[in-house]
Design a protein around this ligand. Structure first.
Ligand SMILES: [Zn+2]
Ligand SMILES: [Zn+2]
Length: 333
């Protein structure tokens, strides 16, 4: 087995199971460290062991791969990931409208996110790094976002499109945390609340309704903010009048995000059913913060299918041209 492929696959699977980002980073660094080395250079184990970026585990993986076996570390991960769930909806998804790079709090460069999206067979991916107020996530200032737009513009081709975008913070009063002119320029705007999630029901409802009534917003991200498992602990859903919020989404053509991350599973089942009854559109998104997390879409697709969301109502099943017509739709200011 090719050692570089083995290291990269391990990083990808670690990301998918959302283990510590330091672990996955170590395997990505080792893959970088041996990129371009000949087999003879790799087999010079004494020199290899001294190479920067190679530690005990990664060294063992390289040795085992060179000996022709599937490295034990990789075999374990493959076995854990092997619990695949069948969903007939998953193959209908053409792309993803919510992802992060190391420009904000993602793990890797935009390049690696694009490569992973292509490898999954996506036709498109929206890069939606965080907005300025989210300092803990290194949110992008207007200037940094403008610079990023130039980078994003050069990354499409061969049947794949990288859409420009943002995950813009919904501020306490429902305003959006980025310049309106800049939001206008983006292909996709996901709006999410990340702070003050414990607001009272009335103000929280007004906040979310104001956000989805903005002429800039395409997707309402992880609507309740709940966390149901994982290393960050759990967090109850925000309280708001879901009927009012989803009616506003339906009226403005805003898609309710089905956030695929296993620790979010947002919206909860009852709210997803309500949004379906009220005529909302949906976007099944990964909210990937690393290349290996783009495949988390499997989980979102499984939930949507189980709850009877028809493919037609899910914008991420639409051909790109139709998706673009939707994000560029005429709206009242
Ligand atoms: Zn978010
Ligand atoms: Zn996000």
């Amino acid at each position: 087995m090719d050692p570089h492929d083995a290291l990269t696959e391990i990083a990808t699977l670690l990301e998918r199971e959302r283990s510590s980002r330091y672990k996955s980073k170590a395997f990505r660094a080792a893959a970088d460290a041996i990129a371009g080395l000949s087999e003879a250079e790799l087999r010079d184990f004494a020199a290899l062991r001294r190479r920067k970026g190679i530690g005990d585990s990664t060294f063992a993986v390289i040795q085992q791969a060179l000996s022709g076996e599937v490295p034990a570390y990789l075999a374990d991960l493959r076995e854990r990931a092997g619990v695949q769930r069948a969903s007939t909806l998953r193959p209908k998804l053409r792309g993803d409208l919510h992802s992060h790079s190391d420009w904000s709090d993602g793990l890797t460069s935009i390049d690696l996110m694009v490569a992973a999206a292509r490898a999954l067979g996506h036709e498109y991916l929206a890069l939606t790094d965080h907005s300025p107020r989210l300092r803990v996530a290194n949110g992008l200032s207007p200037d940094r976002l403008r610079t990023q737009l130039e980078v994003v513009a050069g990354m499409s081709g061969d049947g794949f499109t990288l859409l420009s975008g943002i995950e813009v913070d919904i501020l306490e009063d429902g305003a959006l945390d980025q310049e309106p002119e800049l939001l206008d320029e983006l292909d996709v705007v996901v709006a999410s609340a990340h702070s003050k999630l414990r607001m009272e029901r009335g103000p929280m409802t007004r906040r979310l309704v104001a956000a989805v009534s903005s002429p800039h917003v395409d997707v309402l991200g992880h609507v309740t903010g709940r966390l149901v498992e994982g290393s960050r602990g759990t967090r109850p859903p925000s309280t708001f009048d879901a009927k009012a919020v989803f009616e506003a989404c339906a009226a403005h053509g805003v898609a309710v995000e089905i956030n695929s991350r296993p620790e979010r599973q947002d919206p909860p089942d009852d709210l997803m059913t309500l949004a379906l009854e009220l005529g909302c559109l949906f976007a099944i998104d990964s909210d990937a913060h690393a290349p290996g997390q783009l495949s988390l879409l499997d989980y979102g697709a499984e939930r949507a299918e189980r709850l009877g969301v028809p493919a037609e109502r899910i914008v991420t099943t639409w051909p790109l041209e139709r998706l673009r017509a939707w994000t560029g739709r005429e709206r009242d200011a």
